[in-house]
Design a protein around this ligand. Structure first.
Ligand code: ZN
Length: 381
């Protein structure tokens, strides 16, 4: 059993779970990928670090515990995309644009670097803007006549809503990974889609190249943990695949839509109305009315339908007998009492098989009352 890290100090970067298990402490690593020494006058500051690799027990995410490198908000790109790479991107993207009808629609790339990918989006007919923290990168993008704003996603500058939100290999640098994902989702129009790419932990493990861990990358996703991270951030995953010879994972998602209860509400209103009408008519005809069933559904339905005209309730659960129902305050009696006193109208409010038993009970005991069975959505005589 590996030791668990001290709780409270550290929480999962995505789900905020507090149970992080130490997988390994990798010592002797550079402080980050971009800490080059301009000369050898200050080598004392050039210290190695240990990377503590932990896994969240709750969501499974593998992550590092170190603070982010001081340039984590900037996108560092070694070289411009080659024409071949741009062609590959166009091939990857054309079907996505067609499938989701994105042509001519607004798009944003979060962490747009020098604007290479924005150029591809623009070429494919999207109205694309970029958000980039590095001033040098912003200038590079603007020099290519691209619409690039300087900023960082979590600084809350108003950006608007987009049909497409793209985040290319930038999420793994973000210390508040879960908050970052939720904020990406908040930029989506109702039918918008999010495109994420991140390095593939499974590839790293397959090649056993633990030297791929780097202080710059704070989270390491597998196909499953990336999916879960998105799902707990208000997204529904539409597609997942690997690219760049399996080095990267891609995930395409949309915002989760809230359930719509409008139709159910209409049906319940209709049921309540017809139940009320039924008991009012019976009462006006001078009938005694009983309901069979003091389960939670029957109690709620009687109450919301305001069936005050009911005389008593029948239920075979002995612990309910002798009590009164909440809100309508009708006395609950035993089936034996029903046989003894009878009634003119019996409304059976029991689910499925239980209702069948009552049917048999009525026949066996020669009850002469009118019987109405209430089943989920309708009344049956
Ligand atoms: Zn977690």
């Amino acid at each position: 059993m590996l030791p668990q890290l001290e709780i409270a100090k550290r929480v999962c970067r995505v789900c905020l779970g507090k149970r992080l298990e130490l997988l390994s402490s990798l010592s002797g690593f550079p402080r980050g990928a971009q800490y080059f020494l301009p000369d050898l006058s200050n080598v004392d500051a050039d210290k190695s670090v240990s990377l503590e690799v932990v896994q969240c027990i709750d969501c499974g995410l593998v992550q590092l515990t170190n603070a982010p490198v001081d340039y984590y908000q900037d996108v560092i790109t070694a070289a411009a995309l080659s024409p071949k790479s741009k062609d590959q991107l166009k091939q990857e993207w054309q079907p996505i644009i067609t499938k989701h009808s994105l042509q001519g629609k607004p798009a944003i790339e979060i962490g747009s670097g020098t604007g290479d990918f924005l150029e591809v989006l623009k070429h494919l007919g999207l109205v694309a803007i970029g958000l980039e923290h590095s001033q040098t990168n912003v200038h590079s993008g603007q020099a290519k006549s691209l619409n690039v704003q300087k900023g960082y996603l979590l600084d809350n500058q108003p950006l608007g809503k987009f049909a497409l939100v793209v985040c290319n290999n930038y999420l793994e640098h973000q210390p508040q990974t879960g908050t970052f994902l939720k904020t990406l989702a908040s930029l989506l129009e109702d039918d918008g889609i999010l495109y994420l790419s991140v390095p593939n932990l499974e590839y790293l493990l397959r090649k056993s190249c633990l030297y791929e861990f780097v202080a710059d990358h704070l989270v390491y996703f597998t196909r499953d943990t990336l999916r879960l991270a998105c799902e707990i951030s208000g997204l529904v995953v539409i597609d997942q695949y690997q690219k760049n010879n399996d080095n990267d994972l891609v995930l395409i998602a949309a915002k989760r839509k809230p359930l719509c209860l409008t139709d159910s509400i209409k049906i319940v209103d209709e049921i309540s109305r017809s139940l009320k009408q039924c008991v009012v008519r019976a009462k006006e005809a001078g009938k005694t009315i009983a309901v069979w069933g003091a389960g939670h559904r029957a109690l709620a339905l009687m109450a919301i339908s305001d069936l005050i005209e009911i005389d008593f309730i029948v239920d075979s659960a002995t612990f309910k007998q002798g009590n009164f129902t909440p809100l309508l305050r009708k006395r609950i009696v035993s089936p034996a009492e029903l046989i003894k006193n009878g009634c003119d109208l019996l409304i059976v409010m029991l689910p499925g098989n239980f209702a069948k038993h009552i049917e048999t009970f009525i026949v066996d005991n020669n009850l002469s009352c009118e019987v109405i069975f209430f089943e989920d959505k309708k009344l049956t005589v």
